[in-house]
Design a protein around this ligand. Structure first.
Ligand code: HEC
Length: 280
């Protein structure tokens, strides 16, 4: 009777320990994942999905363990849990504990010389190795910094928007410089009514930069101008035009802007941005 109670109790204790270790491991994985997600800009969906994935894997593992243990006799079951516990925690059965007692005895408080749980150890080795890889890639070799990754992502999002702007017949991949009179007239009309207030009647620049010189902040190719028109540069006061105009209209407006290049209007604003020597 007493024997039976003892094993039952032991099993409960082992089971609890096992569960606890797993929850801690799952939690650590989740933490690690938060960190990775932060690096690439926080995305709640990814975070929640990964959380569920980890939880799902955890439930799956527990179910497999349950199924394996199902047809086993109680003794075998205990043995199995014990082996698993051994694998994860490397504990010694209570009967062998006396061999682990350390000698010093401080006011009858004695310490056990136990091994670190292997799951901790391997986690620690893994973080050490990954930190070396991380340092090597991001700090010594030319891995992108967080700022670079961010800029890259913003750029990609802008390109994606530019690719689906307006009626999407014109996008950043097929936008071209239109030079026929009708398109340029349409572009001039859009420009005079919407852009001249900031860029000057002749593109000489007012609040916005001079659009006739060789200097460009965001690049002077028709693709780069198109991306600026679609997305704007909101923080600098350049509006986005994708809600007002179709992509064809923006292609025409961009072409008109390009046609102003080299016209040397009077009262030109000082150069802003980088000099593009190449004939655009
Ligand atoms: C409210 C003022 C304002 C209006 C209206 C405006 N812009 Fe701008 N625009 C700016 C400012 C300010 C910048 C500079 C952005 C920066 O510093 O990054 C700019 C930048 C640009 C650039 C990029 C210049 C470069 O050097 O890379 C282009 C091209 C441009 N605008 C075209 C237009 C066109 C075409 C319109 C009309 C459809 C327009 N803008 C309307 C303020 C305006």
């Amino acid at each position: 009777m007493f024997e039976k109670m003892k094993t039952k109790l032991e099993m409960v204790v082992l089971g609890k320990k096992f569960l606890f270790t797993n929850i801690v491991a799952a939690f650590l994985m989740l933490q690690n994942n938060t960190f990775a997600v932060e690096g690439s800009g926080f995305d709640a969906d990814t975070y929640i999905n990964t959380g569920f994935l980890i939880f799902f894997i955890y439930v799956l593992v527990m179910t497999i363990i349950f199924l394996i243990g199902q047809n086993k006799k109680p003794e075998e079951e205990i043995e199995m849990v014990r082996k698993l516990d051994q694998l994860i925690n490397d504990t010694k059965p209570i009967e062998e504990e006396h061999a682990l007692l350390l000698d010093p005895n401080y006011d009858r408080i004695r310490a056990l010389d136990i091994n670190l749980p292997p799951c901790w150890k391997y986690l620690s080795y893994a973080t050490t190795v990954s930190s070396v890889v991380y340092m090597g890639y991001y700090h010594i070799s030319n891995g992108p910094s967080s700022a670079q990754e961010y800029e890259q992502e913003v750029r990609q999002a802008q390109l994606a928007l530019a690719a689906t702007s307006g009626q999407a017949t014109v996008n950043v991949d097929n936008v071209k410089m239109l030079s026929d009179a009708a398109s340029l007239a349409k572009g001039k009309d859009i420009y005079d009514k919407n852009c001249a207030s900031c860029h000057g009647m002749k593109g000489e620049g007012l609040v916005g930069p001079n659009l006739t010189d060789d200097y460009w902040i965001h690049g002077g190719s028709i693709q780069q101008i198109f991306v600026v028109l679609v997305n704007g540069v909101l923080v600098k006061g350049m509006p986005s035009w994708r809600a007002q105009f179709s992509s064809q209209d923006l292609e025409a407006a961009g072409s008109y802007v390009k046609s102003l290049h080299g016209t040397n209007p009077p009262n030109a604003k000082e150069a802003q941005g980088d000099l593009l020597k190449k004939k655009l």
